[in-house]
Design a binder for this molecule. Structure first.
Ligand code: 2AM
Length: 219
């Protein structure tokens, strides 16, 4: 990469502090461990994986990637549209390096990704790019800003991390159309609903509050 292109990061986002990363990973593991033992999950297994398997070990199925974070703006070292404009925003410069409390309100699993939904506060939304939802899934264009905010917890083999945000938006678009999902089970962590095509959403009874630093990764 030429030097002039390295002045912008791969992405900006909130990076979870180490202690809370462990907690979120454990919560996610507990959820996956429970989910693949549920009768309802086994019943819908053909929607989840096309392979003629009778069982799936979700903890093995998803690969975890690096440090847990919630991407605000993917810059691709300046190659992504709007990257420089975002980096030059006064609010981005002002809040760079500041601490935040993110609220994790749900966990979701699809045949492609597992992630946590992040419910952004008004303050946090000032760092959210205006076009984040529009550039993603067409059906998501009318969802409120910040709907795509998430933490990728794992991806199935060969799946790109940006898929996690698309998967979340798909579920939220269904909710917006009035599909509440099929309530499957009250779990210790919250209520689990099924949205078809292998899509599962666990609304957390108690949102997980996660300390995070707004920063960027050069990678
Ligand atoms: P994620 O935010 O869903 O986890 C580095 O690849 C990071 O930037 C990952 O966290 C990834 O996905 C995010 N990312 C990659 N490509 C992206 C894109 N086109 N739009 C938004 N985020 C992207």
């Amino acid at each position: 990469v030429p030097l002039e292109e390295t002045s912008l990061p791969l992405f900006f986002g909130w990076f979870l502090l180490p202690g809370i990363q462990d907690k979120v990973r454990c919560t996610s593991m507990d959820f996956l461990k429970t989910l693949d033992t549920l009768e309802a999950f086994k019943k819908h297994l053909p929607d989840f994986t096309v392979e003629a398997e009778k069982e799936v070990d979700l903890e093995q199925y998803f690969q975890a990637n690096g440090a847990l974070h919630c991407t605000t703006k993917f810059c691709d070292y300046g190659k992504a549209e709007g990257a420089k404009e975002y980096a030059d925003k006064p609010i981005v410069k002002e809040l760079y390096g500041s601490a935040f409390e993110l609220s994790l309100s749900a966990l979701f699993v699809t045949p492609r990704t597992v992630g946590a939904r992040v419910s952004l506060s008004e303050d946090q939304l000032t760092l959210w790019p205006a076009d984040a939802e529009k550039e993603a899934v067409p059906a998501a264009a009318t969802l409120p800003a910040g709907s795509r905010a998430h933490i990728t917890l794992g991806c199935a083999e060969g799946v790109e991390p940006q898929q996690t945000g698309f998967d979340l938006l798909e579920i939220l678009a269904l909710q917006q159309e009035g599909q509440e999902g099929e309530l499957v089970e009250e779990m210790e962590l919250g209520s689990l609903a099924y949205y078809g095509k292998g899509r599962w959403l666990l609304s957390l009874r108690e949102p997980v509050s996660a300390q995070a630093c707004f920063s960027s990764l050069y990678g």
